[in-house]
Design a protein around this ligand. Structure first.
Ligand code: S3P
Length: 436
């Protein structure tokens, strides 16, 4: 447990920040680099607790991976050289490691057992175990293989056509990765687009993949070839600072080299619609991923409705957007975000509970929340539920609270942003954080 007390900001926030590497892209770089033939160099890789699980998982399968700060070298020899591990693979808290690696393990002709921490052990795995079993993977575990720990016997997969029943890039990715090993064509049908980093990177590594308007087809016909990857800054990490600049009066902040893939930029659209001033400069595209610098300046904000197709484009940003909405004029309504209940914690319940406890007026609904704007946040004791994004949202809330905000445990922030408080101190010179 690492309790932290944060004092309100005494001045606007300003300056420039280099945002750490994108978590989703970092996971995928390890996975595809490990399955490819040749040496893959990953630049600006996110070193965090979650991505460490994927690195260690592939090391257990026999892949040599060298780390030098944020530079990673993966020495791939193709999937036929991967070994049956003698010990269980630990996924920690990482849903992305779990779902995506299950897609790979279902494809390999080996036996593995896999497990996670107590939080991941509560999260549903049937969403990937279902389609991967249909392809021929064999899984066993509690509740018909719905929960970790799981035993997996892979190999002999056959392509399927699979219409996604949930809005989830992890499920889409697991089936596509299984498709890399399957006989025939695997097709995933996605009605509402979710993040497409797996598709972009598979293409860059030479896979036989095509996306026709949400019908994504892959075959095992082309082996993956090592390709260098440059990881953009994670917009889901930048989101906390974008929100901070949007709610602290007179602030102006620039976030450098952030990923601007359209499937992830819902937060830019919503903050702009609320009235924040946002500009983007220095755009470039590498390996199918667009990067750019985002400048956010504070302006008076208005409440908005957030629903429908935009939800997968900002799913991880909803807790911090709810915080921003407490400072807007009028109500903000969030709908169609039922997936939030299945994240590292139930993020609808956690956001409502904790923002209410520091003075916000917010109500949860089955698939979202209604937030009353123009609320003063008083401060007080809060809980982060071992969820990195709830902990960082509460840290941003402290900037505009009247009194200190105490967060019971901030250690989960290492899941995605180990240097978060370091960066927070950089942009707000007199913000005194102190551990108790
Ligand atoms: C992720 C997909 C999303 C997101 C998660 C990372 C990914 O989850 O919430 O943080 O890297 O594919 P779902 O696929 O469950 O929506």
């Amino acid at each position: 447990m690492k309790e932290l007390t944060l004092a309100p900001a005494q001045s606007p926030i300003s300056g420039k920040l280099q945002i750490p590497g994108d978590k989703s892209i970092s996971h995928r770089a390890i996975i595809l680099g490990s399955l490819a033939t040749g040496t893959t160099t990953v630049t600006d890789f996110l070193r965090s607790e979650d991505t460490r699980r994927t690195v260690e998982g592939f090391r257990q399968l026999g892949v040599k991976i060298e780390e030098n700060d944020s530079l990673l070298k993966i020495y791939g020899n193709g999937p036929t050289t991967l070994n049956e591990p003698s010990n269980p693979i630990y996924f920690g808290n990482s849903g992305t490691t779990a779902r995506l690696m299950l897609g790979v393990l279902a494809g390999l002709p080996i036996f593995t057992s896999v497990y996670g921490d107590p939080h991941l052990t509560q999260r549903p795995m049937d969403r990937v175990v279902g389609p991967l079993s249909e392809m021929g993977g064999k899984f066993d575990g509690r509740n018909n293989g719905n929960y970790l720990p799981l035993a997996v016997r892979g190999g002999n997969l056959k392509g399927i056509q699979y219409k996604l029943p949930v809005k989830s890039a992890q499920v889409k990715s697991a089936v596509l990765l299984g498709g890399l090993f399957a006989e025939g064509t695997t097709e995933v049908i996605e009605e509402i687009p979710s993040r497409n980093h797996t598709e972009n990177m598979l293409r860059a590594f030479g896979a036989d993949i095509a996306d026709n308007d949400g019908h994504i087809r892959i075959t095992n016909e082309r082996a993956l070839m090592a390709t260098d990857v440059i990881v953009p800054g994670d917009i889901s990490s930048a989101a906390f600072f974008m929100a901070a600049a949007a709610i602290v009066p007179e602030s102006k902040l620039t976030l450098l080299r952030v990923g601007l893939n359209h499937s992830r930029t819902g937060i830019i659209d919503v903050l702009s619609e609320m009235g924040a001033q946002i500009s983007i400069t220095n755009q470039q595209t590498v390996g199918g991923e667009t990067f750019g610098d985002i400048t956010v300046a504070h302006r008076p904000l208005n409440g908005v409705v957030i629903e429908g197709e935009i939800i997968p484009r900002l799913i991880d940003e909803i807790p911090v957007l709810a915080l921003v909405a407490t400072q807007a004029k009028g109500n903000t309504v969030i709908r169609d975000a039922e997936e939030l209940r299945l994240k590292e914690t139930d993020r609808i319940a956690a956001t409502v509970e904790e923002l209410t406890s520091i003075g916000a007026k917010i109500e949860g609904t089955d698939d979202g929340m209604v937030i009353k704007g123009s609320s003063d946040l008083t401060g007080g004791q809060t809980k982060a539920y071992n969820d990195h994004r709830i902990a960082m949202m509460l840290a941003v809330a402290s900037l505009i609270a009247k009194q200190n905000v105490v967060i019971d445990d901030v250690s989960s922030i290492d899941i995605s942003y180990p240097n978060f408080f370091w960066d927070l101190r950089k942009i707000i010179s007199n913000h005194s954080t102190f551990a108790t």
